[in-house]
Design a protein around this ligand. Structure first.
Ligand SMILES: Cc1cc2nc3c(=O)[nH]c(=O)nc-3n(C[C@H](O)[C@H](O)[C@H](O)COP(=O)(O)OP(=O)(O)OC[C@H]3O[C@@H](n4cnc5c(N)ncnc54)[C@H](O)[C@@H]3O)c2cc1C
Length: 393
């Protein structure tokens, strides 16, 4: 192995990049801010088929598909119980903690070194590489640094101190896992309900557990302290109030959930002007977070990882490789972010907007389905063998 990369962040982009770089002949270390014990945090997400196919290039497809449940269908209803749309959209839905754990364990099995409790605070260029500084006072050196450190990326601000802040999309998130409740729907269908006052999503796992989330609208961005101050009982009461007048299994599901997850804000990043500087680059949410409504954030992180590894494998010179990576990725990921924004706008539309949505959505979805209008998103395939050049784009 010739080069050595330091990867900041052990979420999705981090370990996948480490494995992709290894496949490209580049050694790497992953530095994760939290201790291993933090793996249990979070809800679930759906990996779209394009993300799953990108994992296949690294021999990770089967590993990931041992987790979670296939979710090939989506159904959308309104708060009066009317089915608005039902369509195919293949994907695999997994608990976030299971996905993180599986990717990190596999990276370690393949020889990647993962260091926990290492929060990047600073980085400086040396004569022939980069030195990373961590909150515990330790340092590390490598030939290049990949910031896979998510929405609040420290690497992003080290590359560009004037980098924009993430945009709050006007929705909160909470959710949980319910047991012992019978709800409509078969395993394999993601059910989405546009309640009168709040959006709700759920799926039934084959073992009977119901996985769910809700997006209470919030015009204002609550501070982390304000969110942390809301007790589980208050979340429960608030959700019950929000879904009080809606048709659907929401109240049963919430009632059958022992632990309601503490709420969190939802953001996206329409554009981050600088993705790289010197020997540092950002990928995944650090470079282009999309609202969860796109269902593509994790898949974009995985695609980034594969493309970045190909660029570093093929393009001589780190800076030119980073430039090629940005040329190959920027247009696609910003289009996904814009799509996520559009998808999310129907979740809290007000009474007239809701009426318009209920009238137009069935037609719109049928047309989209017929024209295969999202093929650009889901049918995108990356080739591992095609060579990247300094002018690819
Ligand atoms: C509610 C919700 C639902 C979602 N649903 C979906 C979905 O259905 N489908 C989908 O594809 N995507 C979904 N997403 C988006 C998806 O989770 C992200 O796009 C994806 O996790 C991005 O991966 P990442 O590795 O870039 O960032 P992350 O997964 O956020 O990982 C970043 C890692 O970096 C670490 N870190 C942060 N700062 C530092 C530091 N200074 N030093 C060291 N380590 C650091 C963090 O602890 C973390 O482990 C959803 C997101 C949310 C919030």
């Amino acid at each position: 192995m010739t080069k050595r990369a330091m990867i900041i962040g052990g979420g999705i982009a981090g370990p996948v990049t480490a494995m992709a770089l290894r496949q490209a002949g580049i050694d790497s270390d992953v530095y994760e801010a939290y201790d291993r014990g933090a793996d249990g945090v979070g809800a679930f997400l759906t990996l779209a088929v394009n993300g799953l196919e990108a994992l296949r290039l690294l021999g990770l497809h089967d590993l990931v598909c041992e987790l979670g449940v296939d979710t090939p269908r989506m159904e959308m209803s309104n708060g009066r119980g009317r089915l608005l749309a039902s369509f195919r959209q293949p994907g695999r839905t997994l608990k976030r903690a299971d996905l993180y754990r599986a990717l990190r364990d596999e990276a370690v099995r393949r020889g990647v070194r993962v260091h926990y409790g290492k929060r990047l605070t600073d980085a400086e260029t040396t004569a022939d590489g980069v030195r990373a500084v961590f909150a515990d006072g330790s340092t590390a050196e490598g030939d290049l640094l990949v910031g896979a450190d998510g929405l609040r990326s420290r690497t992003r601000t080290l590359i560009d101190p004037g980098a924009p802040r993430a945009r709050h999309v006007g929705l909160l998130n909470t959710g949980g896992f319910a047991r012992g409740v019978t709800v409509p729907g078969r395993p394999g269908t993601n059910h989405f309900i546009f309640g009168r006052r709040c959006f709700f999503g759920y799926l039934v796992h084959p073992d009977g557990e119901v996985w769910w989330f809700a997006n209470p609208p919030s015009r204002r961005e609550p501070t982390p302290e304000e969110l942390a101050a809301i007790t589980p009982a208050q979340w429960r009461a608030r959700l019950v109030e929000l879904f009080r007048d809606d048709a659907g299994p929401m109240l049963d599901i919430i009632g059958a959930t022992e632990h309601i997850l503490p709420g969190w804000n939802t953001y996206d990043f329409p554009t981050v002007p600088k993705w790289s500087g010197g020997r540092m680059v950002i990928i995944g949410d650090a470079a282009h977070a999309t609202s969860p409504s796109s269902g593509q954030g994790a898949s974009m992180a995985i695609e980034d990882a594969v493309v970045l590894a190909r660029c570093l494998r093929d393009v001589p010179g780190t800076r030119d490789a980073f430039a090629a990576f940005e040329r190959l990725r920027r247009t696609r990921v910003e289009r996904v972010v814009a799509q996520g924004r559009r998808n999310g706008s129907g979740k809290a539309p007000g009474p007239f907007g809701a009426l318009f949505r209920d009238l137009t959505l069935p037609l719109f979805v049928r047309q989209m389905d017929r024209r295969n209008a999202l093929a650009w998103m889901h049918d995108h395939r990356i080739s591992w063998d095609d060579r990247v050049t300094a002018t690819s784009g």
